[in-house]
Design a binder for this molecule. Structure first.
Ligand code: ATP
Ligand code: MG
Length: 446
């Protein structure tokens, strides 16, 4: 992509409405535009990151054996009356009537609809287990939308639902979700800690939230300092191997880690040696629930067992805040100049800065680097605008591409360009071919 042909409306001034770095930087980097309180248009750069995160979520869900589908954002109130949540949900639910005076709502979550889909088609244990998920817009009329996409009213969420015959099967599904979520966050370059949580309006007794540690997080968190050090890493996971999956969950949930909702001072002090006790703040980027037959009983989602009995299906639901993750990623990865994308989620793999636009040798070198990167399956952003070098650097630093190749007449006279890491700020001179090869190597390792 050439910047001269792209749509990247960066702002020079700090928007006064933004209180935290991620909100400020998303506005300044031309990623989002506010349309109403808590409702945003995703401009091309923001949309690119959103799609990238959704792709990682899809890949990790499918790897765990979960099946994607897509449900509508608009739902009928009747479905929610069956579960009893139409009245219970309260003013966060956006309700309206269609032209025939039918009561409708914009879905804040989809337990009722997925249970209805399930009961329409499945009636035997032979069709179990199955886990269905979607990535779809949700609406919750938050009383105080704030911090940009962190607490929006309209937001993009992965929501998955498991259907199993027995409680053990459903707990395996719960564990599978925990492990696939850990992998998902690690691939994005984030450390998200599973913490024992409260179930809220979803219901049920088994639930963990995943929190990214950040000063600006809305939840207070209490944890053992050894927990954020835990990594899934490169280990191979067989999602059908119940013992292995349960073992990983145990590894990540044995040491103390809780939010203020479930924090217990006595347990904290008894279990965690003083030097390991940490109190901080965190951003909730996901939550998993096992709730058994809460919805299947209320809505008559029943299956026959091998011995001919009829039982309500065992269920759980599992969410990832895909749009909120962009805020969390930026909170965890920025400096005073702008965003610093981890390679796994960056909107463009590398920026190319032409220091002397219009100089035929420099233009030709940039074109050929751009072409070589594209031929290697990479997605570079070439700043080919007629602008001062300082302003080109400032834009690149603001939008946070992890690598920059700088090309100017002085370097070219010695057959070198400059390769710069956004994270360390360190630059190295090398031939254009070597720079392209290095970028290829970095992304091939992901
Ligand atoms: N208003 C929102 N804006 C952006 N993301 C959200 C919002 N509400 C929830 N999410 C994301 O969706 C995920 C799954 O939804 P869930 O029902 O668990 O949310 P929640 O527990 O009500 O969130 P919160 O406690 O932050 O209000 C959350 O972990 C969070 O990452
Ligand atoms: Mg939650």
């Amino acid at each position: 992509m050439r910047l001269s042909r792209y749509f990247l409306p960066v702002l020079k001034e700090n928007p006064s409405e933004a209180q935290i770095a991620s909100h400020r930087l998303m506005l300044r980097a031309g990623m989002i535009k506010q349309e109403s309180a808590g409702i945003y248009a995703w401009l091309p750069l923001g949309y690119k990151v959103l799609r990238r995160l959704a792709q990682i979520v899809h890949e990790e869900q499918e790897r765990a054996g979960h099946i994607p589908l897509l449900m509508p954002t608009l739902q009928s109130a009747d479905l929610w009356r069956e579960s009893g949540r139409y009245d219970a949900y309260g003013p966060e639910m956006l309700r309206f009537k269609d032209r025939h005076d039918r009561e409708m709502l914009y879905g804040p979550t989809n337990e009722e609809m997925i249970t209805d889909i399930f009961r329409t088609y499945v009636s035997s244990y032979k069709d179990l287990p199955v886990t269905l998920y979607q990535i779809q817009w949700k609406f919750r009329d938050e009383i105080r939308p704030r911090f940009g996409v962190m607490r929006g009213r309209e937001f993009y969420m992965k929501d998955g639902y498991n259907f199993d015959l027995t409680r053990e099967d459903a707990l395996h599904a719960y564990n599978r979700h925990m492990v696939s979520y850990l992998r998902t966050y690690e691939r994005m370059g984030l450390t998200a800690i599973p913490m024992r949580a409260d179930s809220g309006p979803i219901g049920g007794d088994n639930t963990h939230e995943f929190l990214v540690l950040a000063q600006t997080g809305e939840s207070e968190v209490f944890y053992d300092a050894r927990v954020p050090e835990l990594k899934l890493g490169e280990r191979a996971v067989d999602y059908d191997d119940r013992e292995q999956v349960a073992g990983i969950c145990k590894e990540f949930t044995t040491l103390y880690a809780r939010t203020d909702e479930t924090h217990d001072v006595k347990v904290f002090e008894d279990q965690v040696p003083e030097e390991h006790r940490r109190v901080g703040r965190g951003i909730e980027v996901g939550q998993i629930f096992y709730f058994g037959t809460k919805y299947s009983e209320a809505m008559g989602a029943v299956v026959t067992t091998p011995d001919g009995r009829k039982v309500p299906v065992e269920m759980g639901s599992h969410g990832i805040g895909v749009s909120r993750l962009i805020g969390a990623l930026i909170e965890a990865n920025h400096d005073e100049k702008g965003i610093i994308w981890p390679e796994g989620v960056t909107p463009f793999h590398v920026g190319i800065v032409n220091l002397k636009q219009g100089d035929s040798a420099t233009d030709a070198a940039c074109d050929s680097i751009h072409a070589a990167l594209v031929a290697a399956g990479l997605d570079p952003l070439y700043d080919d605008r007629d602008e001062r070098a300082g302003s080109k650097f400032a834009t690149m630093d603001l939008i946070g591409l992890p690598w920059r190749i700088t090309v100017g007449p002085r370097g070219l006279a010695n057959n070198v360009v400059e390769l710069t890491s956004r994270r360390t700020g360190k630059s190295e001179e090398m031939s254009a071919a070597a720079a392209v090869a290095r970028i290829k190597e970095i992304y091939a390792a992901l």
